[in-house]
Write a protein that binds this ligand. Structure first.
Ligand code: G3H
Ligand code: 13P
Ligand code: ZN
Length: 332
């Protein structure tokens, strides 16, 4: 058993309470690689932001759970080395799909876990979330639950259509499950293709797709019923068009990729939304930099030559999100 406290990590409790009260959101960035981790920590330290480093089941399978745990511990020490006296870093399991997986993460240094029972029947979702909460709270680990279904791929769980969270269920669900935060569905979705062209309009000047707005009415109704309760938004990449254009200009093929407009995320950050999940934008920033590098310098073959600009590009994107979208800078 390794407690996250031994690794210098923190859980989300205090961080979320401050974010809800302060009208900003904590960035939750997914990572699978060393370069993503370095870029996340550099960005968080430079902006003086708390940060959630999250790993999916797929990331654990890719990078190995033990290595990721040591990377999180390394992240804390790296932040200190960069001059941050008291870093606030959470290691979070993203989209845990069983009690056993959540327990394994808690036993191995995670300070926060998500149990994603959104595809299960309501009562089953409550039952397993509650089981996770009981084990997690005994170890001072915080738990995110999910109610409502996002369209797209949620790890191994895929859904063609989204089902918005029903505001009339949130009080019963959060009270009976005991969860510390709740992920809701209000129109975001995972990946770089969040909306089909048919769901969007086209900007007559640029020809780019303009997605439909998020369901702020549902968010406000949930806030009214659960005052001050921490709300989480998954699927919140904005799919920056300059990165998509760079990828496409250098041999990539991402037609009509579209994300959530940043002004809507900025708006959501001011509400009870206190955690915003971003993964695809990091993937795009990394891919754009690497594709450009290979196109311009076809003779390069040392990974450091192309991973360095990739890391720089991700760091730039993380800083932009923290300062210009979520507002979590200067909150340490
Ligand atoms: O919500 C899903 C995250 O973007 C993680 O994706 O399962 O491919 O690691 P992944
Ligand atoms: P994006 O695919 O929009 O980056 O969403 C990531 C996410 O929700 C991770 O849980
Ligand atoms: Zn997600």
């Amino acid at each position: 058993m390794t407690s996250y406290k031994e690794l210098g990590l923190v859980n989300t409790r205090e961080m979320f309470a401050k974010a809800v009260a302060g009208g900003y959101a904590i960035p939750a960035f997914n990572f699978n690689t060393l370069e993503q981790m370095q870029a996340i920590i550099q960005a968080a330290v430079e902006t003086k932001s708390p940060v959630i480093m999250q790993v999916s089941k797929g990331a654990r399978n890719y990078a190995n759970g033990t290595i990721l745990r040591y990377m999180a511990q390394g992240a804390v020490e790296y932040a200190k080395e960069l001059g941050c006296e008291k870093p606030q870093i959470v290691l979070h399991l993203d989209h845990g799909d069983s009690f056993e997986l959540c327990k394994d993460c808690i036993d191995n240094g995670f300070s926060s876990v998500m149990f994603d029972g959104s595809s299960l029947p309501y009562e089953e979702n409550i039952r397993i979330t509650k089981q996770v909460v009981e084990y997690a709270h005994a170890h001072d680990v915080t738990v995110e639950a999910e109610l409502g279904v996002l369209a797209g791929v949620e790890d191994e769980v895929a859904s063609e259509v989204s089902h918005y969270t029903k505001p009339e269920e949130v009080v019963d669900f959060s009270t009976r499950s005991g969860c510390d935060s709740l992920a809701i569905s209000i129109g975001t979705s995972h990946g770089a293709y969040k909306f089909t062209p048919a769901q969007c309009t086209r900007d007559p000047k640029t020809g780019k797709l303009v997605p439909p707005p998020l369901a702020f009415d549902i968010l406000h109704e949930i806030e009214k019923r659960l005052p001050g309760f921490p709300i989480v938004l998954h699927g919140s990449s904005s799919v920056p068009q300059d990165e998509v254009d760079t990828i496409n200009a250098h041999g990539g093929k991402l037609p009509d990729a579209v994300g959530i407009p940043e002004e809507q995320l900025r708006e959501a950050s001011k509400s009870a939304v206190c955690k915003i999940n971003i993964d695809s934008d990091s993937r795009l920033a990394m891919t754009a930099a690497i594709r450009k590098h290979f196109d311009e310098k076809p003779g390069d073959f040392d990974p450091r030559q192309y991973l360095k600009p990739a890391r720089e590009n991700m760091k730039k994107m993380y800083i932009h999100k923290i300062v210009e979208v979520l507002g979590s800078n200067d909150k340490l």
